[in-house]
Design a protein around this ligand. Structure first.
Ligand SMILES: [Cu+2]
Length: 179
């Protein structure tokens, strides 16, 4: 964690204690749960899902990063002409007092090259970067789960995104959709 984040947290704590009447009612912005599902093979990306609880103000999630993977992207699954595809996104809204959910079939993380030690430890420490408080960073460890067969985002070939899968990915996705 960077020093300025400590300062931001300290400032937030002061602000909260200064308005004691609302202390019990206002939940802070926070990451409340999440996990990573490994790819079916080591060269395939892992997929990440999580839940963010909105604070008193609307904010945007603008990045999710980790030191223990080669690359992390935020994606959204969308249906176009009856075909599920994915698009990278650069931000996601967290409504005030609401919730932002990254889940299968919707917004999700794609994670390439997770460090072997993190996999053995069963958790991936992530930084969630938001637009409030000069890019507040919230640290959260995503639990790492093994591949669950080829379903959802994990079944899609990201190298062939939008160009049609050539390894049975379409069929697997279609089969998964029927279940
Ligand atoms: Cu994706």
């Amino acid at each position: 964690m960077k020093p300025f984040a400590f300062a931001a947290l300290a400032a937030t704590a002061l602000t909260l204690s200064a308005c004691g009447d609302n202390l019990g009612a206002a939940k802070p912005l926070n990451v409340v749960s999440g996990h990573v599902v490994m790819g079916a093979t080591p060269d395939r990306p892992a997929v990440g899902y999580f839940r963010v609880q909105g604070g008193p103000q609307p904010v945007q999630l603008v990045a999710v990063t980790t030191d223990l993977a080669q690359r992390v992207e935020m994606h959204e699954s969308v249906r176009e002409n009856g075909v599920m595809t994915m698009k990278p996104i650069t931000s996601a809204d967290v409504p005030a007092k609401g919730e932002l959910v990254f889940k299968q079939g919707g917004k999700h993380l794609m994670i390439w090259g997770i460090n072997g030690a993190a996999v053995r430890a069963g958790k991936l420490p992530m930084q969630f970067v938001f637009t409030n408080n000069n890019n507040e960073r919230i640290l959260f460890d995503l639990v790492i789960k093994p591949a669950e067969g080829a379903t959802g985002e994990a079944a899609m070939d990201h190298d062939a995104m939008g160009h049609g899968a050539d390894k049975g990915g379409d069929k697997a996705a279609a089969d998964a959709a029927k279940q």
